[in-house]
Design a protein around this ligand. Structure first.
Ligand code: FMN
Length: 158
């Protein structure tokens, strides 16, 4: 799955992304550290939220943290590099799905807060593109209404 995630369009071959795998015991350790930071950031946090990030990370057997690391000094626009990171995330989702697993792409507080992300090994110049939670599907989720194609597709008329 990770090999497929690395096979994405990458303008300039800059490899503007990387992956941090959270698995096994490391999930609980990372979750405990996130909970401790969350408690300092949210004084008076309700007791039932004390272990929320530990529980969050333990829900899936593997979580891949996709990290965007564009090079601002490169000739390739940063936007192109960030899109490549998004493509890597989507490739991971597709690879997992094709192999019969379920994958969920989320970006909650641990990915959005720089101090929380740092606890997972994300550097200050990097940004989390997504947490890809991967496991065997507990149930088949019902699909939701999708945009109608005629609302999102137009044809260029010369
Ligand atoms: C970058 C990114 C971050 C996301 N973060 C969240 C999130 O924090 N919470 C959430 O409920 N959905 C989030 N989503 C949406 C879910 O990934 C998505 O809705 C879910 O996988 C269901 O798939 P569907 O949109 O095809 O129904 C995010 C999507 C992207 C692309």
């Amino acid at each position: 799955m990770l090999a497929i995630a690395t096979r994405v369009p990458d303008h300039g071959r800059l490899v503007p992304w990387r992956f941090i795998v959270l698995e096994g015991e490391g999930r609980a350790v990372a979750g405990d550290r996130l909970d401790a930071l969350y408690a300092t950031q949210n004084p008076g946090l309700a007791p039932d939220k004390a272990h929320m990030w530990r529980d969050y990370l333990l829900r899936a057997p593997v979580t891949v943290v996709a990290v965007s690391r564009p090079d601002p000094a490169a000739k390739v626009p940063v936007f192109n590099q960030v899109l490549s990171a998004g493509a890597a995330c989507m490739n991971l989702v597709l690879a997992a799905t094709a192999l019969g697993y379920s994958a969920l792409w989320l970006l909650k507080w641990p990915g959005r807060d720089p101090d929380a992300a740092a606890l997972l090994g994300v550097a200050p110049h990097e940004t989390v593109a997504g947490f890809l939670h991967i496991g065997r599907p507990a149930a088949r989720a019902p699909d939701r209404p999708r945009p109608r194609l005629d609302e999102v597709v137009t044809r260029f008329k010369p």
